[in-house]
Design a protein around this ligand. Structure first.
Ligand code: CA
Length: 425
């Protein structure tokens, strides 16, 4: 499909610096507020945020499917409730308004001053009211690494892994936005030399390099979404750090899976990049062997070439990049994840979040967690300041960044950055 807003030739009359994540071809959605403005829907362009509430009031969003309350909202959900076609038309309209060859908005300087706000004056807010959060486990390299470390190197993948996009239901109440700090979690840990567990702050706090996708309203309960239909039900994607306490996880996860090791926090980036904007960056997924069951088969390119990196910044020194990976390494793609999620009749709702699972690449410097990068603590990672990391220390800031690049167009996600404060007393 040809989406007008994706044309690589487009230029905006709003200044977009070289290398920016947010050219006119991106136009991601988020929720922002300022000292004078209540939370509302915004679209990012360069170093500016376009205020959709005010844009609507000034009459620039007429003849679309939206009303004022869709933009005068502290969450994107009302806007997303209007569905794929409506949000695609909206993005195309915004692209036109910001296009250097159109002056409908540009010529009205007093309007421009009202609707374009510099990013320095803006505070980003949690963009969605997330109903349900599901986390997958879809990187073959990650699942293999974990299997090698904790089970049997000869049979690293469990028998179901190549047949099922394995996942579990997570916790949405503790999903936080980039910039919000977390405290080191406490819980039950069973040290190797102890007979009984202890209660203590986690000593093995880890990040998980993931991406998330947000759904539109799905089908009624009882119905399924096919791989063919799946992308019509996906609004967009964000960067996602699914915090994990490995020592708590190790003791608690049998037989029902992770609980307190995972539900204390998961961080998302502020801007939701639409699946439409990512369309030019589609790429093939890894070959699946054995052949998957009928409902998981798909046609065409279903993954996206998204460069990812993770940095750790100690309290008082510069950051070190500890991993470079790519979303395209995922074995199971989003269409398969959504098809599997709903094949039993489970319904998804507008604003549900699906995590990809840790995205590890094939090489040691492309692993998506400290568990793998430092190989269970046996290979500490050197930091630029001379210190070492086996896991995340107090006051470290962990930042994930991601972007696509092709034909001179760079579509970025910005970052998700989280500081780890010491455990609460
Ligand atoms: Ca995870």
């Amino acid at each position: 499909m040809n989406i007008a807003a994706n044309n690589p030739e487009l230029r905006s009359w709003v200044e977009v610096k070289q290398g920016s994540d947010f050219p006119i071809q991106n136009l991601p959605f988020g929720i922002f507020k300022t000292n004078g403005l209540t939370p509302r829907v915004g679209v990012r362009i360069g170093d500016f945020v376009l205020d959709l509430k005010t844009l609507f009031v000034l009459g620039y969003l007429e003849n679309l499917a939206f009303e004022l309350s869709d933009f005068d909202s502290e969450y994107l959900n009302p806007m997303m409730k209007k569905g794929k076609k409506a949000t695609r038309d909206l993005r195309n309209r915004i692209s036109k308004l910001l296009n250097a060859t159109h002056d409908d908005l540009k010529k009205n300087e007093h309007h421009v001053g009202q609707v374009l706000i510099h990013i320095d004056q803006v505070e980003m807010c949690m963009p969605l009211q997330i109903g349900d959060y599901t986390d997958f486990y879809s990187s073959k390299e990650h699942a293999t690494n974990v299997g090698v470390m904790f089970r049997d190197p000869a049979n690293a993948l469990l028998p179901n892994w190549l047949w099922i996009p394995v996942g579990y239901h997570g916790r949405s109440s503790s999903i936080i936005i980039s910039g919000e700090a977390i405290h080191r979690p406490k819980g039950q840990i069973k040290p190797v030399d102890n007979e009984d567990p202890i209660y203590a702050p986690s000593r093995q706090l880890d990040f998980e390099l993931e991406m998330g996708f947000f759904t539109f309203d799905g089908k009624p309960i009882g119905d399924s979404i096919s791989t063919e239909e799946a992308e019509e039900y996906i609004f967009g994607m964000c960067l996602f750090n699914d915090w994990s306490a490995r020592d708590i996880q190790k003791w608690e996860y049998v037989p029902l899976g992770p609980f307190l090791a995972k539900n204390f926090a998961s961080s998302i980036s502020s801007w939701i990049v639409t699946l439409d904007a990512l369309q030019p960056f589609k790429t093939e997924t890894p070959k699946q062997e054995p052949e998957v069951l009928e409902y998981l088969k798909f046609t065409g390119e279903k993954s996206y070439d998204i460069h990812l990196e993770v940095a750790i910044k100690p309290d008082s020194s510069a950051e070190t990049i500890v991993s470079r990976s790519n979303f395209k390494y995922m074995y199971w793609n989003m269409a398969q994840q959504l098809a599997h999620h709903t094949v039993n009749g489970c319904n998804v709702r507008c604003g549900d979040l699906m995590g990809s699972g840790t995205i590890s690449g094939p090489t040691e410097d492309s692993y998506g967690s400290m568990l793998e990068l430092a190989w269970k603590g046996t290979k500490p990672l050197p930091m630029n300041d001379g210190s070492e990391r086996k896991f995340i220390m107090d006051n470290d800031i962990v930042t994930i960044r991601g972007f696509c690049e092709k034909n001179g167009v760079r579509i970025g996600f910005g970052e998700v950055s989280t500081k780890v404060l010491p455990a609460k007393k």
